[in-house]
Design a protein around this ligand. Sequence first.
Ligand code: ATP
Ligand code: MG
Length: 561
Amino acid sequence: MEENNIKPSAASNFIRDFINEDLEQNKNNGKVHTRFPPEPNGYLHIGHAKSICLNFGIARDYNGLCNLRFDDTNPEKEDVEYVDSIIEDVRWLGFDWDDRMFYASDYFQQLYDFAVQLIKEGRAYIDSSTPEEIKNQKGTPTEPGTNSPYRERTTEENLRLFTEMRDGKHEDGTHILRAKIDMASTNMHMRDPVIYRIKKATHHNTGDKWCIYPMYDYAHPLSDWFEGITHSLCTLEFEIHRPLYDWFLEALHLENRPRQIEFARLNLTYTVMSKRKLLELVQEKYVSGWDDPRMPTICGLRRRGYSPESIRNFADKVGVAKRDAMTDVALLEHSIREDLNKNAKRVMAVLNPLKVIITNYPEGQREEMETINNPEDETMGSRKIPFTRELYIENDDFQEVPHKKFHRLSPGNEVRLKSAYIIKCNEVIKNDKGEILELRCTYDPETKSGSGSTRSVKGTIHWVSIPDAVKAEVRLYERLFTVEDPAGDEEPDFKKLINPHSLEILENCFIEPEFSKAKSGEKFQFVRQGYFCVDPLSTGEKLVFNRTVPLKDSWSKIEKK
Ligand code: ATP
Ligand code: MG
């Protein structure tokens, strides 16, 4: 674990209370061992990040260990592409599992042997009913189920059939292995649940070695036990599976049993988090890929400009709860602003350029203007920005007929150019169609920033020197969905709720020359506009920036209320 840069989260919560309780009773010899168990059937998202921070965070705070385990018991949907991305994303978040990376599929033999033991002890049987019949046996939440006609098969017959299933002698859906529990249980999950099913599918890890695959509810408690997990943290929907989790451990007479503890999933406003839905967005090209900066995936957030620290801080702020709730996406945005406010260099970039000519500034002259890199952090120093006769300013910073409260540039009015001079607009040059081509201004040489000049005007705007500026493409992102809860909305097709304006590409932006060499992932504050980072698609020829977040922080307003 990266002990140096990851701060322990001080927040106490009910999970820590349970663990403290176990430690007081000296359960597990005072050991704490957790795991993060993703199914490699998609890329990780911000909800997983919460689970990762929780599991690895608890291990860190209790001097324990956390494993990475791929829960890969469903061969049809799993893929090594996902395995690789998960490894990369958990590492990037700042966590390390040393040599403890496992696959549930590594345990297929042990899981099989345990299933044989259950059969031998009369705790499991082969059911040869059709899927339809099995469904009908299930009963309903208010009516008990009925026993399968195959429930009382002899041990010998069960063993023979199970071996034949393993050896590929039967087709998918013809037989299953079921736990013999109680078809009348009030908990539907305890009504003789399936342990193994036949699936003649190639597995990403075990290839064609197996054609029977264990169910999650069976594989999970046992994988936890094989790895010596003490606390198995999972999301609330598994609460009702907990009796079954415990049943398998007990039926197999296992000691030092892991304890399952459930917590609420993270749900974010304006976001979908189900892997199935995210996959649909990718496959149907609503987004450019899993790492599209509008996606709530970890790789999407990374490309958008989020730092691992901001995501860890966000997870801490959200905390863990026992009840499902919706978290405001503004809190996530607040977390990255907090980080970048401290750490990002302030630079000047003009996104919608308007040309300004300073008519009284000598042609060919160039001055180096001093500007500080980050007012929040003196140690980040300062840099020089070239000032010349021809500049770009932001189109929005000029109004030909200014609104009442507009204090920026307008005909006859003055404005300060940040870290440079006060200028005055004298003339607006237009083309035949009446479109503004450029502004003719004059500067006041007595007002150079840092020269001790005391003259002040109401507005300050940013600018870049035209002969020096570097052209860049800037991508502005808005929320991907138009409603707060796209998954729970009345509209059944969540894709109808996609925001058509979630991406705006500005191809004609200009930035200070110093940043022509900015590297992929480098983060900046464009003064007055927001936080931006260099997209990995940037090349020496073409600089591309993603807007991480605008400056305005709606969360701090909520906090202050
Ligand atoms: P889906 O249901 O969309 O397929 P999943 O939750 O089953 O996703 P897994 O890969 O099985 O995805 O999840 C790995 C771990 O991350 C599990 O322990 C799961 O409980 C946890 N997790 C998944 N989504 C969230 C979330 N939104 N908030 C917190 N934890 C989550
Ligand atoms: Mg799952």
